[in-house]
Design a protein around this ligand. Structure first.
Ligand code: HMG
Length: 389
């Protein structure tokens, strides 16, 4: 049975901060960010958005192209959860008017949980004829001001519709995964920003990639030339270069892979890290921007979530995939973002909600279809924006 990604779409809020501006403020050469880590801009979360609104905005675009009553589960992957008990997906389910006979769950393991959610979705689809599962990956990457991680912030959501006979990509069964308990990146419940040992986390990522690649090759009996395209979890886009260096020791092969991967980096280099969504943003960018037709090509995908759990798997791009992409909407979304000045960046960064149950109405910032309207008696309130979808 062919199961895989039927449709893919992303959303990021309509505000960004330029890394050239950050470099000026932090007194480092702009090239350190543009070349050294491969980032141009980072999306910034306004006070009236969160993982719920970003996830709902991402999924809205693909729901217009499917029969909602086939969606039997919504799996919400995030490490920026808004409640210790209630799944962010329950709010999204209501905002999107999804059918009642739909299960909802939230998954967490740093940036990895979107990949687990995708595999779980494939299992659920295989159990119920004609069913579909909506997987939403949505996150806000946030580090301390003045820390090395500051330049690798960002936010965004990717929605994946998983079904039988998908329109975009069939996911193959072979998959290599490993887990190890390491403290490379984590965020205790009492902190708004992550704690990270940046250099160590990069080494652990590459170690995990190495292990998964070896295991995948053994399992699948495929050679590197059988994998035409590669997508990676991208905390910053230069990570792709480091990953390719790890996999391809031959200079020519490395160079050819490096040029092949460029179209897949376009969304990530301007949105920044979006944790669970990052790998799927890389995939979305590859599908939207690769000049040559990708039909029949095998894409290898590497998912890494600090802490850590990692997985390497693959999929085949299907005939006619390019008729079902949302490139125009994605491009428009990025073109319409507003550039924040430094003070606005700080204001968004420092924005904090009352913690004591005081009612709060969030001022209007976003121009997305859904917004976080405020708090009342410890309850989060969401609303549809006053405009046509
Ligand atoms: P840093 O200390 O600012 O940077 O940290 P650096 O001094 O190592 O410089 C970075 C690169 O820029 C270096 O190149 C420099 O040479 C170069 P490299 O040695 O890597 O080839 N450079 C320049 N290039 C051109 N012109 C210049 C210049 N100056 C320096 N003038 C770091 C960088 C990424 C570690 C930091 O930003 C950080 O801690 N980020 C957060 C952690 C992270 O992203 N880790 C990645 C792996 S872990 C992961 O992916 C999981 C994660 O997404 C979380 C999750 O799973 O939920 C983070």
């Amino acid at each position: 049975m062919a199961i895989g990604i039927d449709l893919i779409s992303f959303y990021t809020p309509p505000f960004f901060f330029s890394l050239d501006d950050l470099a000026k403020q932090r007194g480092v050469p702009a090239e350190k960010y543009s070349t050294g880590i491969g980032q141009k801009e980072m999306s910034m979360l306004p006070p009236d958005e969160d993982v719920v609104t970003m996830g709902a905005n991402a999924a809205l675009q693909i729901l217009e192209k499917t029969e909602r009553n086939r969606i039997k589960a919504l799996i919400f992957a995030t490490e920026s959860g808004i409640d210790q008990s209630k799944s962010a997906g329950v709010f999204v389910h209501k905002l999107l008017d999804l059918p009642k006979d739909c299960r909802i769950i939230e998954t967490k393991q740093a940036c990895y949980s979107g990949t687990f959610s995708l595999r779980a979705a494939m299992g659920l689809v295989s159990l119920e004829k004609d069913s579909q599962v909506l997987v939403i990956t949505s996150d806000v990457a946030r580090y301390d001001l003045h820390s090395a991680g500051e330049a690798t912030q960002g936010c965004g959501a990717v929605a994946l519709l998983v079904s039988e006979q998908p329109r975009l990509m069939q996911i193959e069964t072979e998959s290599a995964y490993i887990s190890e308990d390491v403290m490379d990146f984590w965020r205790p419940n009492y902190r708004q920003s992550a704690i990270v040992d940046g250099q160590y986390s990069t080494r652990v990522y590459l170690h995990a990639l190495n292990e998964c690649w070896k295991k995948y090759s053994e399992l699948s009996k495929r050679l590197p030339e059988h994998i035409h395209q590669l997508c990676f979890h991208l905390p910053f886009t230069r990570m792709a270069e480091k990953a390719l260096k790890q996999l391809f020791r031959c200079k020519e092969e490395f160079q050819s892979r490096l040029s092949k991967i460029a179209p897949g980096l376009l969304y990530n280099e301007t949105i920044g890290n979006s944790y669970t969504a990052s790998l799927y943003l890389n995939l979305c960018s590859l599908l939207d921007f690769n000049e040559d037709n990708l039909e029949g090509q095998r894409v290898g995908l590497f998912s890494y979530g600090s802490g850590f759990v990692a997985e390497f798997f693959s999929g085949i791009i299907l005939k006619g995939y390019n008729k079902h992409l949302l490139k125009e909407q994605h491009t428009r979304l990025l073109a319409n973002r507003k550039r924040l000045n430094y003070q606005e960046y700080l204001d968004f960064y420092h924005f904090a909600l009352p913690q004591d149950g005081t009612s709060f109405h969030t001022p209007y910032f976003t121009d997305g279809y859904f917004r976080f309207a405020g708090l009342d008696a410890h309850k989060r309130l969401y609303e549809k924006a006053q405009k046509e979808a």
